[in-house]
Every structure is written in structure tokens, then in C-alpha cells.
Design a protein around this ligand. Structure first.
Ligand code: MLT
Ligand code: ZN
Length: 466
């Protein structure tokens, strides 16, 4: 589908000649995220430079009834930023400035296209810290992080993106500019629309600016990697450490995943012996007492028979290398075009859930290699199914979707989430019913109708219109 030449002309009047792209290379670059299942087919790519330009584009899209797909850093893993049907792809890349900083409020207002790592660097320059962190912060944009309520590796201590959004400027689907919450800490004046936009995956409007809270930087972080005997023992180790000290991260990964990371990078193995699972524990070691406590907990875990071996970082570079074993996992596996499960249950139900999902995966995926990792301290598991090189992607996706439905049903039985932190997008909308009731999905449709009466905003993502 193409966008009519008079509409292209109007878009050029709004943003300037050079900022309206109609070539195939731009379509493939801007019309897709990190998923590999879909071939993008947008109608036009447009790069606005201000909230007012975004508003003018949304008004035009409403008048012409053309769908709009917001395009941030395109690091999403659920197809939320994929344009398949001649849409206007609205790219936020040019809107990447710091608008205001307030040291007393400990807040910074940035445009939505700011790269997450730049926000982290800006906070550091001010002696402060933006704690939402994950492997793709070098390309992901803050607007996309908010639209998907991104999680990552520090949620156990700092929570999800939602916790750090003090205010938003948005252009709603019907073209209104809304300034939501003005950076306030306390504001009980009725419904908080800011929270509707967080995690809405571009289905209600476009986030153009965000006011973000900052905090004190952590000090003297120490990283411990433990070799763990089996899945249930990871949860025992988690409970032991959670009860014994305040953690900034608790992650896990499997041996086969780690082997792939080691083969792909210069990072050394954590220790000589092998274990089927590894837990990565991070904490602030402000004094010898915390280090002694971490070692005492390690000894308890060994004595209980949960942990086989372990290493604690002695320097910043060793801590960074230990983190790479977990953080490089996603990038390393991308070569196998994995089918990604991003599921969660309450941490208390993890042992029972893990046993069931593990046997289901072994039964349903006998011919595929599975790599498990995730934010186990948050009850969040990433099960990656690797595509054999000789299997066409459509066939692979078809086979995975059969087992995915069963995994989603199992998640539903545990009152868990079929998408803990990656969002629903296109990939998981068929499974939404296992985490959200039919009434809830219908209410979501009605809320969309309020903010986006013509249904132009990222249609077909999260749920279908009817
Ligand atoms: C991660 O935990 O590494 C990210 O969510 C990305 C992924 O799951 O591949
Ligand atoms: Zn993750």
C-alpha cells in the first residue's frame, strides 16, 4: 500500500523535504524492530522535530484515516514497532534533547527520542543515577522504554520504567497535546492518564517528552556468580540472599547459553568447574560487613547442596566481565533468530511453575535447542527457542506457536503474565486472553476509543480492534 502523493506533499510541508522518506531502504530500516518474523511494508517514513510537528502529522493522519506506527530505537522483541500495511512510520530520532534538569527535584525532562544510555550518562554527569538498565540501552530510546514499560536487570531493587516517569507530554491519537502530571511527586486529582500511556505500546498516542526521576548512584557494587545444581535450587539461593541482604540484581542463565557467550566474546569463564545453571547476584558492598555476609550466605548455599562453585568480583573490570556472561546473552543468541518467551509468575510460585514449564518445553521442543535466562528475582523467565539453520523461519514460527499456546495456558493457570517486560505487540496478542480477561480487553478497546477515536494509532498491536 502506498500513501497518496498529496499526503506526502503535506507531510513535507510539516517536517521539511528531507525528512519524509519513501525509499525501500528506509522502510526496512525504520519500519521494524528486532523481531525477524515480519517483513515491513510501510507507506512513508517521517522524522518530526517537535511536539507541534508530531501533532500536525497526527491531525493529517486522522483527516486521511492513515495508520501511524511510532518508531523509537526499534530494539523491541514483540513486533510493537513493525509497520505492515502502508502506515506512516513516525520516527522520534531527531527529538533527542535534554529539555530541563532540576537538581532539587532530581528530575530531568527529555525528548522521547533520547537514547537510554545518553540519559544514564547525563544523570551521571549530575552525580545522579537513572537505574533502568538492560542490554540494548545503547540504541533504545526513552519514549519506547516508556511505551513498553521496559524492565531489565535492576528491577529487583529499582522497579520498572513506570516507577521513574514523573511526567509525560503526549500527542493523543486524536491530536490533542496533553501534559500529564508535570513532574509532581504527589498529585491526587483524579485519573492519572500518565500511567495509561506507560506500557500502551503506541496504541493511544505518541509520547514526545518525559520527565524522569533520578536517584543516588549505587556505590561499590560487587558481583557474585554461583554455579547452581538445578532449577529449584536457584529459588532457594534467591530466598537465602533476599533474606540476608539487599540486592541490586538477581539473574540466572544456563550453561549452554553461557557457552555460546564465551564462544562469541573475549569474556573468561567464571570458574573452572561446570554447573547446569548460574545465578548472578549483585549488591552494594559498602563495608566489609556486607562482603562477609555475602560469603556467609554463599557457604550456607554450598552446605545445603544448592551451589557447586562461585566467584566474587575483585575489581570493576571483573564485575563487568561477570555481567557480560548474562548481558551478552540476547545479542549472542540473535544469530539463531530465537523465538522468545518472556513470562512471569509470582516469585513464590516459581519452583512449582519452573518444574511444569521445564517438562512442557522438553516435551514440546524435543528437536530444538532451548536457552533459559532471565530476571528470576522478579519471577521473570526468558525461554529462547533457537531456530535450526536449515528450517525456514515461517515453519519454525508455526511450530513454536503450538507450544507457545500451551506455555501461555500454563502461565494463565498460575495467574502469571504472558509478557513480563517485552510488551505484547504482534507476537503475543493471540495469547493475551491467558493474562487478561475478556472484560479487561474490551475495556482496553474502549479506552483506546477515547484517546484514538479513528483507530489510527499502531492498530493491531496488543489487541485487534474487534
Ligand atoms: C534480556 O533479559 O536479556 C532482555 O529482555 C532481552 C532478551 O530477552 O533477549
Ligand atoms: Zn529481560
Amino acid at each position: 500500500m502506498t500513501v497518496a502523493p498529496p499526503v506526502i506533499e503535506k507531510l513535507r510541508e510539516i517536517v521539511g523535504q528531507q525528512r519524509v522518506l519513501t525509499d525501500e531502504t528506509s522502510f526496512q530500516q525504520y519500519g521494524v524492530d528486532r523481531t525477524t518474523l515480519w517483513t515491513p511494508s510501510p507507506g512513508v517514513v517521517v522524522l518530526p522535530g517537535s511536539t507541534e510537528e508530531v501533532q500536525a502529522i497526527i491531525q493529517l493522519a486522522n483527516a486521511e484515516r492513515i495508520a501511524v506506527v511510532p518508531s523509537g530505537g526499534r530494539t523491541g522483541l514483540s513486533g510493537g514497532a513493525v509497520a505492515l500495511n502502508g502506515e506512516i512510520v513516525l520516527v522520534l530520532d531527531r527529538m533527542n534533547e535534554v529539555v530541563a534538569f532540576n537538581a532539587i527535584d532530581r528530575s530531568v525532562t527529555v525528548q522521547a527520542g533520547m537514547i537510554t544510555q545518553q540519559l544514564q550518562a547525563f544523570a551521571e554527569q549530575q552525580g545522579l543515577f537513572y537505574p533502568v538498565d538492560f542490554a540494548s540501552t545503547g540504541s533504545s530510546q526513552i519514549g519506547g522504554n516508556i511505551a513498553t514499560n521496559a524492565g531489565g536487570i535492576k528491577v529487583i531493587r529499582y522497579g520498572m520504567t513506570r516507577n521513574w516517569v514523573l511526567g509525560l507530554k503526549v500527542v493523543s491519537g486524536n491530536g490533542d497535546i496533553l501534559e500529564l502530571n508535570h513532574g509532581l511527586v504527589k498529585n491526587n486529582t483524579g485519573l492519572d492518564f500518565r500511567h495509561l500511556f506507560i506500557g500502551s505500546e503506541g496504541t493511544l498516542g505518541i509520547i514526545t517528552e518525559a520527565t524522569i526521576g533520578l536517584t543516588r548512584p549505587p556505590k561499590e557494587l560487587s558481583v557474585l556468580v554461583l554455579g547452581v545444581v538445578d532449577f529449584p535450587s536457584i529459588i532457594d539461593v534467591l530466598k537465602t540472599y533476599n533474606d540476608g541482604m539487599e540486592l541490586t540484581a538477581f539473574e540466572f542463565f544456563t550453561h549452554n547459553g553461557m557457552e555460546k557467550v564465551l564462544a562469541h566474546s573475549e569474556v573468561p569463564a567464571p570458574f573452572e568447574s561446570e554447573a547446569p545453571f548460574y545465578a548472578l547476584v549483585e549488591f552494594e558492598a559498602l563495608s566489609e560487613t556486607q562482603l562477609d555476609q555475602a560469603m556467609a550466605l554463599f557457604e550456607t548455599c554450598v552446605m545445603e547442596g544448592w551451589v557447586l562453585d562461585g566467584v566474587i568480583s575483585q575489581s570493576l573490570s571483573q564485575a563487568e566481565n561477570l555481567w557480560k556472561l548474562r548481558e551478552d546473552m540476547s545479542e549472542t543468541l540473535s544469530r539463531w533468530k530465537p523465538y522468545k518467551n518472556d513470562i512471569s509468575v509470582n516469585v513464590s510460585r516459581m519452583p512449582e511453575f519452573l518444574a511444569e514449564v521445564e517438562s512442557l518445553a522438553a516435551r514440546e521442543y524435543p528437536d530444538f535447542e532451548l536457552v533459559w535466562y532471565g530476571h528470576i528475582g522478579d519471577g521473570n523467565l526468558h525461554l529462547n527457542i533457537l531456530k535450526p539453520d536449515d528450517l525456514p523461519v515461517e515453519q519454525f514460527a508455526g511450530q513454536c506457536s503450538v507450544a507457545s499456546k500451551q506455555i501461555a495456558a500454563l502461565v494463565g493457570q498460575f495467574n502469571g503474565s504472558i509478557s513480563a517486560e517485552h510488551g505484547v505487540g504482534l507476537l503475543k496478542k493471540d495469547y493475551l486472553e491467558y493474562s487478561r480477561s475478556a472484560t479487561e480487553v474490551q475495556l482496553m478497546r474502549q479506552v483506546k476509543q477515547v484517546f484514538d477515536p479513528n483507530g489510527i494509532m499502531n492498530p493491531g498491536k496488543i489487541f485487534d480492534a474487534v
